[in-house]
Design a protein around this ligand. Structure first.
Ligand code: FDA
Length: 310
């Protein structure tokens, strides 16, 4: 999955200097093109986009962008921002659903503090009827993330679920593990660079794994989320669910903000539940670079937008 262009964008996404510059410079001006994929820099921007999507019959999850924090102060600040975000979501009356990253809550600095930060989000989330999804990052975090979900689940935090990445060899087992627990899974192909010793490299293998795992989730899982823009896979899932007589409200499709809006709309029109992942915040650079890497043709769109703005 990591051919030339993808690897290049991935390397750029990891550049601390570019990330700092992008955050400082902001999304105004030349970086306005990033708005195709990112709702904006502020919570107000995100809520405005969410209201628009909700009025189109789409479901939502809001993601406050940020990852790989290196200080506890930054992790605490991100936690506070999530709590503030939830207050504003309640006030705005939009759907109560957020996505978080453990590296944003400080897992690289101190695992226990990261879990405390997650609890600080889960507590008000529970009181206000939110659902909280943990995004999955590099494979070095996979086991830790699942252990944290299991621990919190034991502690009765049941409004919590996780993303699993089809490209990892281990994921069939992880799907069974989360199915047995009863936790909801968002299945994605996987967006990070992983070594061939632990992950499929070829698209055909990733796609086959995705379909296999999606079936396991539909058969035995709890309200799975099938998160892909891949029409062939979506079609395969639709056919399987129909054949197994799985009602359309027992699972949902998920897509990223700004990607395949036509497909999002047609699935809603066909009676499926479709959730859009709406990212916002100043730390938009790594997320944006991963999206460019997935489809280098997006670069053409970026260049055209940039030329228009000049
Ligand atoms: P694939 O990359 O094969 O693309 C299939 C088709 O979709 C393309 O031909 C194109 O038409 C369209 N498409 C895909 N990406 C596009 C783009 N960037 N721009 C324009 N068109 C595009 N990953 C992860 O590792 N951890 C996570 O927690 C998450 N979370 C997550 C949530 C949600 C809701 C989604 C949809 C995705 C994620 N991902 C993720 C990202 C995921 O791993 C994957 O990188 C992307 O979804 C792209 O893969 P596709 O499944 O769309 O297939």
């Amino acid at each position: 999955m990591y051919g030339g262009a993808k690897a290049l964008f991935y390397a750029i996404s990891r550049s601390a200097v570019l990330k700092r510059l992008a955050s400082r410079y902001g999304m105004a001006g030349a970086a306005g093109f990033a708005r195709r994929f990112i709702a904006g820099e502020t919570i107000d921007d995100a809520i405005a986009v969410a209201q628009r999507l909700q009025s189109q019959g789409l479901l939502l999850t809001l993601d406050y962008l940020g990852e790989s924090v290196t200080t506890l102060d930054a992790a605490v600040a991100a936690t506070r921002e999530y709590v503030r975000l939830m207050d504003l979501i309640v006030a705005a009356g939009i759907e109560r659903n957020v996505s978080v990253k453990l590296t944003q809550l400080g897992i690289d600095v101190d695992r226990a503090t990261c879990v405390d930060n997650l609890r600080r989000i889960l507590e008000p989330a529970g009181r206000h009827g939110f659902y909280v999804r943990i995004d999955m990052e590099h494979s070095q975090y996979t086991e830790m993330t699942l252990e944290i979900v299991e621990t919190l689940w034991e502690q009765q935090y049941r409004h919590l679920g996780v993303a699993l990445q089809a490209y990892l060899f281990r994921t069939d087992e992880d799907v069974r593990r989360m199915n047995a627990l009863g936790a909801r899974v968002r299945l994605v192909k996987g967006a990070y660079k992983e070594p061939p010793s632990i992950a499929y490299r070829h698209k055909a293998d990733v796609d086959a794994a995705f379909v296999r795992q999606a079936r396991l989730l539909l058969d035995e899982g709890t309200y799975p989320a099938i998160a892909t823009h891949d029409e062939r896979i979506i079609q395969a899932v639709r056919v399987y669910a129909d054949n197994q007589r799985i009602p359309r409200d027992r699972f949902e499709f998920q897509m990223l903000y700004g990607i395949r809006r036509d497909l999002q709309a047609s699935l809603v029109a066909a009676g499926y539940r479709v959730r859009v992942y709406v990212p916002f915040g100043r730390e938009w650079f790594p997320y944006f670079m991963r999206r460019l890497g997935e489809r280098p043709a997006n670069l053409g769109f970026v260049v055209r937008a940039w030329l228009r703005e000049r």
